[in-house]
Design a binder for this molecule. Structure first.
Ligand code: ADP
Length: 466
C-alpha cells in the first residue's frame, strides 16, 4: 500500500508540479523500486515495477494519457525501464539474501561458540547428560531438547512438550542409522557419534538451523560426552590408586606407631613377671602399661575414624547447636588442657549454628589439645567463635612454638608431624587430618596462620547451610 502511495506520489509530483523529461521520471521510479527490493524483497519490487511501467507509459511517454506509444524509440525506453527495474530488483534481493544469510551464519556461529563454552563446564558424566538437553535448548533457543543414548536406552529431555511414551526401538534404530542431521518442520534430528560409532541422537524442536550447524552441534555434544567419560575414567583410576597408596601408608604408619607402645607394654609386663619388685616399681610398670595401652587405643580408634571419614561412612547428625555449649563440652573432654594453660573463651552466648555437635566437638578438642601440646606450660589459649555473613568461624589461638611456613599445609596430611615435633611430643599425626575431614564433611575448610616462636591460630569455617 505504502509502495503504491509512493508510486502515485512520484507520478503526481512530476505530472503536476515539476515538468521534467521522461528520463528523470524513469530514474526516480527506478530508485523507488530499488529501495522496495532492498527493504521488502523481490516480489513486491516486481509487482510495483509492472505498475510503474504502466504509469510511466500512461503519464509520461507520448502520446501522454494513453497506453499507446507512438514512437518506436519510446517502446525501447519502456522495455529498458522494465528490464532495468527487474534486474536491479533481483540484484538488490540477492544482496539482501546474502546479508540475511551472513547474519544467520553469524548467529549460528555464536550459538556454537556459546554452546562449546557451556558444555565445557560439566565434569561429571551424570550431571553433563542430565543438563545437556536444557543447555543445548537454552543456547539454541529451542523449545524442546531430547538426548537419547543407545547404551542403556537412556533418555534425557528438557522443555514443555516432554514425551512420556517413547518408542525406544524406533529411537535406537534412528540413532544407529542416521548419517547426517535432518530437519522436518521445526524439528532437527542430530546423530551423535564417538569416532564412527553411533552413540545416540539429539532432537531439538521449535527452531530452524542450517544442517551444517546442526552437524557441528552434534559433533560438539559427542566430543563433550566422550571427554567427560574419559575424564571420569581417569579420575576413577587415579582415585583408586590414591586410595590404595593411602591404605598402604596407613598400614605402614599404624604398624610403626603400634610398635612403640607395644614394645613398652611388653617390656613392662616382662619386668613385672620377672619377680621381686618394690611396690613403687610395680606401680611404675603398671602405669606404663596403662598409659601405653591408652595410646594404643587412641591410635586404633583414630585410624578407624579416619578410614570411615574417608569412605564417607560417618553418619552426620545435624542440629542447631549453641556454639558455647560445644566449646565447653570440648574443654571438658580435654580437661587436662585447663590444668596446664589459662583458657580464654570468646563465644557469644546466643550464637547458634547448624552443625554435627559430636563431630565439631572433636575438632575443637583436637585443636585445643594441639594448642596445649605445642605450647609452653602456662601460656594462654584462646577459643573464639563468631558468625560471619556466610560462615561460622571457630578459632583456637596459642602462644606456642608455631609452625614453619613450609609445613603449614603439610600438617593437615595424615600422619604428618612437623619435623621439630616428630620425636618430642607424643602424637599420631592424625588429629588435624581428622579435623579437616570433619570440617570438609560440613562443607567448610580449616586453615592455620602461624609464626614460628610466636604462636598459631587454627580457624575452621563452616558454611551457613549444610
Ligand atoms: P599430632 O598432634 O598427633 O602429631 P596432628 O595432626 O594433630 O598430629 O598435628 C600434626 C602436626 O602439626 C603436629 O605434629 C605438630 O607438629 C603440628 N601442630 C599441630 N598443631 C600445632 C600447634 N598448635 N602449634 C604448633 N604445631 C602444631
Amino acid at each position: 500500500m505504502l509502495a503504491f502511495s509512493a508510486l502515485a506520489g512520484i507520478v503526481l509530483v512530476y505530472k503536476r508540479w515539476l515538468h521534467v523529461n521522461p528520463t528523470t521520471v524513469a530514474l526516480s521510479l527506478l530508485l523507488l523500486i530499488l529501495v522496495l527490493a532492498a527493504e521488502w524483497g523481490l516480489r513486491y519490487a516486481v509487482v510495483v515495477s509492472i505498475f510503474a511501467t504502466a504509469a510511466y507509459n500512461f503519464f509520461f511517454l507520448p502520446p501522454v494519457d494513453t497506453f499507446t506509444i507512438a514512437d518506436s524509440q519510446n517502446w525501447l525506453a519502456l522495455f529498458a525501464f522494465l528490464a532495468t527495474s527487474i534486474i536491479a530488483s533481483r540484484l538488490s534481493q540477492r544482496a539482501r539474501d546474502e546479508a540475511d544469510d551472513a547474519r544467520c551464519r553469524q548467529r549460528e556461529l555464536e550459538v556454537l561458540f556459546r554452546l562449546s563454552r557451556e558444555l565445557l563446564q560439566f565434569e561429571s558424566v551424570s550431571i553433563l547428560l542430565s543438563s545437556l538437553p536444557s543447555a543445548v535448548a537454552g543456547v539454541t533457543n529451542a523449545r524442546y531438547g531430547l538426548l537419547y543414548l543407545i547404551e542403556g536406552d537412556r533418555l534425557y529431555q528438557a522443555g514443555p512438550d516432554t514425551i512420556s511414551e517413547v518408542e525406544f526401538p524406533h529411537l535406537r534404530q534412528l540413532a544407529a542409522s542416521m548419517p547426517n542431521a535432518t530437519m522436518e518442520g521445526d524439528e532437527v534430528e542430530i546423530p551423535l557419534r564417538s569416532g564412527v560409532r553411533p552413540i545416540g541422537m539429539f532432537l531439538l524442536r521449535g527452531l530452524s538451523l542450517s544442517m551444517e550447524t546442526a552437524d557441528a552441534i552434534g559433533g560438539l555434544i559427542s566430543i563433550t560426552i566422550d571427554r567427560a567419560q574419559a575424564l571420569e575414567t581417569v579420575t576413577r583410576g587415579e582415585a583408586a590408586k590414591e586410595s590404595e597408596r593411602l591404605r598402604t601408608l596407613m598400614i605402614d604408619s599404624i604398624t610403626h606407631e603400634l610398635r612403640t607402645p607395644l614394645t613398652s607394654i611388653k617390656g613392662a609386663a616382662t619386668t613385672l613377671l620377672s619377680g621381686e619388685l618394690s611396690t613403687t616399681d610395680r606401680h611404675e610398670m603398671l602405669t606404663i602399661i596403662d598409659e601405653e595401652s591408652d595410646r594404643l587405643n587412641q591410635l586404633v580408634s583414630e585410624a578407624v575414624e579416619m578410614a570411615q571419614l574417608d569412605a564417607q561412612q560417618v553418619q552426620m547428625h545435624f542440629g542447631n547447636i549453641h556454639v558455647l555449649d560445644l566449646v565447653q563440652e570440648a574443654i571438658k573432654t580435654s580437661s587436662w588442657v585447663e590444668e596446664k594453660h589459662p583458657l580464654h573463651v570468646n563465644v557469644p552466648e546466643d550464637l547458634v549454628f547448624r552443625v554435627d555437635p559430636a563431630l565439631m566437638e572433636k575438632v575443637i578438642s583436637n585443636l585445643l589439645e594441639n594448642a596445649a601440646k605445642y605450647s609452653k606450660l602456662g601460656t594462654p589459649i584462646t577459643i573464639s567463635a563468631e558468625r560471619q555473613p556466610k560462615y561460622l568461624a571457630i578459632s583456637v589461638a596459642d602462644r606456642g612454638i608455631g609452625i614453619d611456613p613450609a609445613e603449614q599445609t603439610l600438617i593437615f596430611e595424615r600422619f604428618y608431624r612437623a619435623r621439630s615435633q616428630a620425636s618430642g611430643t607424643s602424637g599420631t599425626g592424625m588429629g588435624l587430618a581428622i579435623s579437616r575431614a570433619i570440617v570438609e564433611a560440613h562443607g567448610g575448610s580449616i586453615t592455620v596462620t602461624s609464626q614460628p616462636g610466636e604462636g598459631s591460630v587454627f580457624t575452621a569455617l563452616i558454611p551457613a547451610v549444610s
